[in-house]
Design a protein around this ligand. Sequence first.
Ligand code: FE2
Ligand code: FE2
Length: 328
Amino acid sequence: MFKERSKEEFKPAVNWNDIRDQFTELFWNQNIRQFWIDTEIPLTEDKNTWKTLSADEQDVYKKVTGGLTLLDTEQASLGMPEIALKVDDLRAKAILNFMGMMEHMHAKSYSSIFSTLCSTTEIDEIFAWLHTQPQLQKKIKVISAYYTSIKDNESLYMAMSASVFLESFLFYSGFFYPLYLAGQGKLVSSGEIINLIIRDESIHGVYTGILAQEIFKSFNDSTKKKLTKQVNDLLVELYEIEIEYTTEIYTKIGLVGEVLKFIQYNADKALMNLGHDPHFNIKETDVNAVVIRGLDTKTKNHDFFSTKGNGYIKTTNVVETTDDDFDF
Ligand code: FE2
Ligand code: FE2
């Protein structure tokens, strides 16, 4: 729920022993368990397959990862902090801030991929391109307008809906190509990073979706109807930008239709995270099989309460050994 900080009677402290719901602690623990660091994924082997890609394929890869960097930067710097600031549950703030920190990790991890595969001049060119790319900039403007206008429960609900759209829907035009290559055994180390990011975005979309649904429950029927329409209108507005963006990027490698189907599939998932009916009704079997192979969804995307299936598991519960441990 929305909270105006200046109207508080006293400064509260977070009490994790005050169990108000079943899901908050579950999501905190799962977020912590999924923690990972970009620099711990070795990427050098990808240099070999990078050389085998055509100039067009390399160009698409650089552009989509550049676009993903921009979306993660916005989510890290504006989306998560604004939403965290405006919710009232202090434990939800902690989770949202942790998720925001992982957005910084995601944004940074693309730079690790760039520094492995590209020259400094190429990296500069990617950033110059994305700073002026019209559809990318338009996406960011549409989403960030919701983040910067939170003033009550309705606007907080819409900001959370925009956030779920960014994380569960807009990222996927970018994720498509690294998954498509990883599904063919190409750039698999970078693909592992993409999979770790997707695992995070999956839990982020579900958690923010639950928070949004909690607020939605508090509205009367006419407000629910109005907001459902606003959410669906936003989806259509964003999808139209995605069509333009996808056509711009993917036409030269002939993948526009496949990417759009993948976007539609994930747009439906975003709507379902918010508790709304799907718009496109795309089944997993309609999505490109190579991309599904790159995703390995059963263990990495859908089943986010398990860490099975990923090559990377971060140790988070380290107990230092002492001399006594060796006294048998
Ligand atoms: Fe992210
Ligand atoms: Fe996220």
